[in-house]
Design a protein around this ligand. Structure first.
Ligand SMILES: [Fe+2]
Ligand SMILES: [Fe+2]
Length: 172
């Protein structure tokens, strides 16, 4: 259904992300690349799982980050995945570049973009350990891992994740 201008004004910045043409395009590419993947995928459902877990962590840890910031980081953290499959660019790097474009178009401020992109750039790595100054890096990293149901996965024997990295608990 076509939206009128009034409705467009009212939609949240996060909603604008998921309706952004570049976002839709990259999601579609990821889905195609992962059609035969037996391991965890990087679907929209994964992004929503991460968003919701990250928001729970935000409440539990009293970080007071806004929903708009947390959901943006979660919805975008793996958006560079197709570029990793197709062009060999690490997905946190590709995702950071794609995210800058989308976040700018969706009305995020420069400060917000900087915090979100920093979290996306660091969502895979050991940097999160030194990042107590950036609560978003901390909860995005933790939520990303907690979202994976390694304890119930059929591809456990083939998975290259180390035991330390795997989520072996049903909690969260
Ligand atoms: Fe990732
Ligand atoms: Fe992820």
């Amino acid at each position: 259904m076509q939206k009128n201008m009034f409705q467009i004004e009212k939609i949240s910045k996060c909603q604008r992300i998921i309706e952004h043409p570049l976002y839709r395009q990259e999601l579609e590419k990821i889905e195609k690349c992962e059609a035969d993947r037996i391991f965890c995928n990087h679907s929209f459902n994964h992004f929503m799982d991460v968003a919701r877990i990250a928001y729970i962590l935000n409440l539990e840890r009293n970080f007071s980050l806004s929903r708009n910031i947390i959901y943006a980081a979660a919805l975008l953290h793996d958006i560079g995945r197709a570029k990793q499959y197709i062009e060999g660019i690490p997905h946190e790097e590709a995702g950071a570049e794609i995210s800058k474009v989308i976040l700018t178009d969706c009305g995020y401020s420069e400060d917000e973009i900087s915090v979100i992109v920093d979290a996306i750039s660091n969502h895979r790595g050991s940097n999160h350990i030194d990042s107590t100054s950036n609560a978003l890096i901390d909860i995005l990293y933790t939520a990303d891992k907690a979202s994976r149901q390694c304890f119930n996965c059929k591809a456990q024997n083939e998975c290259n994740w180390s035991l330390e990295k795997r989520n072996l608990e049903v909690y969260l």
